[in-house]
Design a protein around this ligand. Structure first.
Ligand code: UDP
Ligand code: MG
Length: 323
C-alpha cells in the first residue's frame, strides 16, 4: 500500500484552494490507479501565515475530507521555508510539491508517477515554454540560470521549478539538510539519485496574484547563487593576482623609463608603483580571505559529504552518512 503526498504551500490563497482540489482530484485518481491496489493520497497544505480566510477554508476542508491535512506556520516564512515544512511533514512514499494556483498542471502528476513506478527517484517537471511569463521574467530567468550553472559545481536544470516528484529516499536526505538560506531547486538537484524529466506547458495563474514581487525574486536569486557556489569568492584571487602582476610589470617599466629619460613630474613613478602594488596586493589578500570564507560557507551548510543510493547485497544503508 503506497501513499502519494501532494504538498501545497499556500499564502493568502482563499480563492485558489477549492479550484485546486477540484482540478487535482481526477489527475491524482489516475496516478493512484497506476500505483495499484490500495494506493492512497494525502493533500498536505502548508499555510504560510496567511491573513485571509485561507486557514478557515483549510480547517473545513480537512474536516470534510479524510485525505486533506494542513499545517499552519506561525507567520509568513516564505515559500522556500513553507515547502521545507511540507516536505518534513509529508508521510507519503513519494512527495510532490505543487503550487496552488494551477500553474503546475495536475495532469503532469500522472506522468511523474509513471516515471517513479519505472524506477526514477526524482522526476523533474520542465517547462517546455515560458510563454505565460513576460519577456523580462523570461530573460532574467535565462540569465540567472546561465550564471548559476557557470558558477555552481553541480548543474541546476533550467526551467525546472519546485514542481517535481521526490521519492522517500530523496525526501529523507532533504530532511537532514539543515540549511538556513533555503534554495530548494538547488538542493533538489544537489542530492542526485536517478532522475527523470517530463515536459509540460506552464499555465497562467488561476486566481489571485503572484506572491513573488521582483524584490523577493532578487533575494531568491542571491540565495540561490550564494547557497550553491563559492566561485564568486575565488574570482578575487585571480583578479588580484593578475592586477599585482600587471602592476609589477608597469612598475618595472616606470623605473626603467625614469632612469633612461629622467624625471618629468617629480614623484610620479614612486607614487604609481606604490598605488598599483598595494591595489594588487589588496585584491590578492581579499581573494585569499575569500578562499577561507568559501570553506567556512561550505562547512556551515553542513551538507553530508556524500549520499549512499544503495549498497547491493548488504544491509540497507542509512540514507546519509556523515564524516
Ligand atoms: N507561497 C507561499 N509563501 C509565500 C509566497 C508564496 O507559500 O510567501 C505559495 C503560493 O501560495 C503558491 C506558491 O507559493 O502556492 C507559488 O506562489 P506564486 O504563484 O505567487 O509564485 P509565482 O508562480 O508567481 O512564481
Ligand atoms: Mg504562481
Amino acid at each position: 500500500m503506497r501513499t502519494l503526498s501532494i504538498v501545497i504551500p499556500v499564502y493568502n490563497e482563499q480563492d485558489s484552494i477549492s479550484p485546486f482540489l477540484e482540478a487535482a482530484r481526477p489527475a491524482v485518481a489516475r496516478a493512484l490507479a497506476l500505483m495499484g491496489n490500495g494506493a492512497t493520497v494525502e493533500y498536505l497544505f502548508v499555510d504560510d501565515g496567511s491573513s485571509d480566510r485561507t486557514p478557515d477554508i483549510l480547517g473545513i476542508l480537512s474536516r470534510l475530507n479524510g485525505d486533506v491535512r494542513h499545517i499552519r506556520l506561525s507567520r509568513n516564512f516564505g515559500k522556500e521555508a513553507a515547502l521545507a515544512a511540507g516536505i518534513d511533514h509529508a508521510a507519503g512514499d513519494a512527495v510532490i510539491p505543487i503550487d496552488v494556483d494551477l500553474q503546475d498542471p495536475p495532469e503532469v502528476i500522472v506522468e511523474m508517477v509513471r516515471h517513479w513506478l519505472a524506477g526514477a527517484q526524482v522526476v523533474n517537471a520542465r517547462r517546455a515554454d515560458r510563454s505565460s511569463d513576460g519577456w523580462f521574467k523570461r530573460w532574467s530567468a535565462r540569465g540567472f540560470y546561465r550564471i548559476l550553472n557557470r558558477l555552481s559545481d553541480y548543474p541546476i536544470p533550467e526551467n525546472v521549478g519546485d514542481f517535481r516528484l521526490l521519492d522517500r529516499q530523496a525526501v529523507d536526505v532533504l530532511r537532514q539538510l539543515g540549511e538556513q538560506a533555503r534554495f530548494n531547486k538547488g538542493l533538489f538537484s544537489w542530492i542526485g539519485f536517478r532522475v527523470a524529466t517530463v515536459d509540460y506547458v506552464r499555465a497562467a495563474r488561476g486566481a489571485g496574484a503572484s506572491k513573488w514581487p521582483w524584490g523577493k525574486l532578487w533575494s531568491l536569486a542571491i540565495d540561490g547563487i550564494t547557497a550553491s557556489t563559492t566561485m564568486p569568492l575565488r574570482i578575487w584571487s585571480y583578479v588580484g593576482g593578475v592586477v599585482a602582476l600587471v602592476a609589477m610589470a608597469y612598475a618595472g617599466f616606470l623605473v626603467v623609463r625614469t632612469l633612461v629619460t629622467g624625471i618629468d613630474v617629480p614623484g610620479y613613478a614612486s607614487i604609481m608603483v606604490a598605488v598599483l602594488m598595494l591595489g594588487g596586493l589588496n585584491l590578492l589578500s581579499l581573494g585569499i580571505i575569500g578562499e577561507y570564507l568559501g570553506r567556512v560557507a561550505r562547512e556551515v551548510r553542513q551538507r553530508p559529504l556524500y549520499i549512499v543510493a544503495e549498497t547491493p547485497g548488504a544491509e540497507p544503508a542509512p540514507a546519509v552518512e556523515r564524516l
